[in-house]
Write a protein that binds this ligand. Structure first.
Ligand SMILES: Nc1ncnc2c1ncn2[C@@H]1O[C@H](COP(=O)(O)OP(=O)(O)OP(=O)(O)O)[C@@H](O)[C@H]1O
Length: 626
């Protein structure tokens, strides 16, 4: 007990190498961010100085030296020796959290008090020489920090040739000198600082060892806020900006503005199709410093067809400064941005223009695929995507508006089959036979306010006019005989009148009928036990065929055919060829069976046509026997 000693109230010792390692490996995306952190400190210092002296110069100059050094000089507020001691000697200490400088935190880019340490990723020593711009009595100061955690602080003579502001000097390690090379510094200054409102320039060697020149890397005005002569000039300038920064020529641009988040920017519409799963990633600037080029969560997934460039003054960064910190303001901003992109999309795609055609042609498939899983996109798709209908190309919303119900087929063949008749009858049927569309309509059917249903044979049969009773009697025997011809093809036959009269026959089919006939076929093929079980699943007594051939009594060929004797081979041959015609009209491929039918029918019809008599020869069994 005597040896016991208590250590109370002692301060943590921090091993700086561990901290730098932590930052390098886990916080920052790589050593490259050191340029961002130095620029940020320079800009913040200028902001602080301008708060008290609005006319103070606002420049940051980066001078990469030939010997692996880099000097970054700002005309900012500078530090007194006391401030340097306080702020630079303590990891995590920042002047930007308190109101010492008369400004709130939101005015500054930095806040965590660790940014300067990032320079240890590329150098073993950081030197900062500074003179306070706000305290003219304070002498300049030289502070040198070492990666092992030590630092030296020297107060320089008051008359030392040091301008107000700060200069940071780094000397690269052998393995990091490429990070300080002039071309790397230019590239990084442009990447992170292109939109900074202060004058940032890098000293670059002129070709042929002709000395050096300053290369400005920051734009004075945000490209979307700059003044242009007219809209056309602005559009061209923004397209050129998109090419420079995002690497593509946009199909269109959408202006974005969310005052609540101090946010403005542009969404550029991608010129090529992208997989919808690719998500949406954007270029975000925070107080005009690049936060990241792949920032997620700014827009919902359905906005996969745009890439944004935005600047925000209010949203906060995560500590890595590479993503946005999720808070209520971010959530509200996301909602507002989504609403703006949606409003543009609806307005553009619902009015015909070359832009809307290009956007639809490029992105419709991805929009459809997302609509199948996302109600928001579904609603959008229903408003903007064109669908093939029997009444021309229309959006689903337009079909609903004019008809209430949205009737559709789920296979292209079904659509082709009914289209001519439906069109002539003024019915509007949507072709949902292409990829994603049937699923999209099935989902839409469950959305409130939508009455969506698949077309069945009944719908079409109803619009086909029955024959006059007298005419019905007249052709009764022929119809019966014709029905017997198609029965073996899992089809029955009726005669109706319908427009257009050029269409001699249509083949109607419904999925239930097809399902019943599939089950029947399986029952027939299965062994006794399974046949019995399967038969129980369907209505065994219902042997209505899956398809119906409807002959058009308004068509002259059909009317002529129905004058043939009921047992005449030419009637059967004519019905078979009408059946095949209807199959082809439906866009279905001809199977061997149907091709044979067509051949047989042709044979009979040719015999009849080539006979010397003008009236079709009507061979019958008795004659053939002779
Ligand atoms: N160029 C500079 N001019 C004036 N003061 C500076 C300069 N660089 C750093 N400082 C002072 O040193 C403090 C610590 O800087 P550091 O970069 O580590 O953190 P920060 O900028 O405050 O926050 P963050 O970690 O978010 O960048 C700053 O708050 C600032 O007071």
């Amino acid at each position: 007990m005597e040896n016991q000693s208590t250590a109370a109230g002692r301060a943590f010792q921090v091993d700086l190498r561990g901290v730098v390692d932590l930052l390098a490996r886990h916080l920052y995306s790589g050593p490259r961010v050191y340029v961002r952190e130095l620029l940020q400190n320079g800009v913040d210092a200028i902001t602080a100085r301008r708060a008290v002296d609005p006319d103070a110069p606002a420049t940051v100059r980066l001078r990469p030296g030939p010997d692996g050094t880099l000097e970054v000089t700002d005309t900012g507020v500078g530090l007194t020796p006391a401030q340097a001691e306080e702020l630079l000697a303590t990891v995590g200490r920042s002047s930007k959290r308190d109101l010492d400088l008369g400004l709130g935190r939101e005015e500054f880019l930095g806040q965590f008090g660790i940014g300067l340490l990032s320079a240890f990723m590329v150098a073993d020593e950081i030197e900062l020489v500074s003179r306070s711009a706000t305290d003219p009595q304070a002498p300049p100061v030289r502070w040198v920090g070492y990666a092992d955690g030590r630092y030296d602080l020297t107060v320089l003579p008051a008359d030392a040739p040091v301008e107000p502001g700060s200069t940071v000097r780094l000397r690269a390690r052998r393995d990091t000198d490429h990070w300080l090379a002039a071309e790397t510094v230019v590239a990084l200054a442009e990447e992170f600082g292109a939109l900074l409102p202060v004058d940032v320039a890098v000293e670059v060697p002129l070709p042929g060892a002709q000395g050096t020149a300053w290369r400005r890397t920051s734009e004075p005005v945000l490209p979307w806020r700059a003044q242009y002569r007219d809209d056309a000039e602005r559009t061209a300038a923004l397209a050129a900006y998109c090419e420079r920064t995002l690497g593509f020529t946009p199909l269109a641009h959408i202006d974005l503005e969310v005052p609540l988040a101090g946010l403005s920017g542009v969404a550029f519409v991608l010129p090529t199709a992208v997989p919808p799963g690719a998500g949406s990633r954007h270029r975000v600037y925070l107080k005009r410093m690049l936060l990241g080029t792949q920032v997620e969560d700014l827009l919902p997934d359905w906005a996969f067809f745009v890439r944004c460039v935005v600047d925000t003054g209010v949203l906060r960064p995560t500590a890595s400064r590479e993503q946005l910190y999720t808070d209520d303001t971010l959530l509200a901003a996301q909602e507002a941005l989504a609403a703006q992109v949606r409003a543009w999309t609806v307005a553009t795609l619902t009015s015909p223009s070359s832009t809307s055609r290009k956007v639809v042609a490029t992105h419709h498939l991805a929009l459809r695929s997302l609509a199948v899983v996302d109600d928001e996109v579904l609603d959008l798709a229903a408003q903007v995507l064109p669908f093939e209908t029997t009444d021309g190309t229309q959006t689903l919303a337009a079909v609903r508006e004019s008809h209430g119900d949205v009737l559709h087929t789920t296979r292209v063949e079904d659509f082709r089959r009914v289209a001519p008749v439906a069109r002539a009858q003024g019915m509007t049927v949507v072709n949902a036979g292409y990829v994603y569309d049937a699923d999209l309509l099935a989902r839409l059917a469950r959305r409130p306010g939508w009455r969506v249903r698949e077309l069945n044979a009944q719908d079409v049969a109803q619009v086909l006019e029955p024959l006059e009773p007298l005419r019905e009697l007249e052709v009764l025997d022929q119809v019966r005989a014709a029905d017997a011809v198609v029965r073996p093809l899992d089809c029955d036959l009726v005669v109706r009148r319908f427009e257009p009269e050029e269409v001699p026959a249509v083949l109607l089919e419904d999925r239930e009928g097809r399902h019943r006939s599939d089950v029947r076929r399986t029952v027939a093929e299965a062994d006794d036990l399974w046949g019995g079980v399967l038969a129980g699943l369907t209505d065994a007594t219902d042997d209505a065929p899956a398809r119906r051939l409807v002959l058009n009594d308004a068509n002259p060929t059909v009317r002529r055919l129905l004058t043939a004797a009921p047992d005449a081979p030419v009637l059967a041959a004519g019905v078979r060829s009408l059946y095949v015609t209807a199959v082809l009209l439906a866009g279905e491929p001809l199977r061997v069976r149907e091709a044979e039918l067509m051949n047989d029918a042709m044979g009979v019809l040719l015999d009849a046509g080539l006979s010397p008599r003008t009236e079709p020869r009507v061979p019958d069994e008795t004659q053939e026997d002779v």
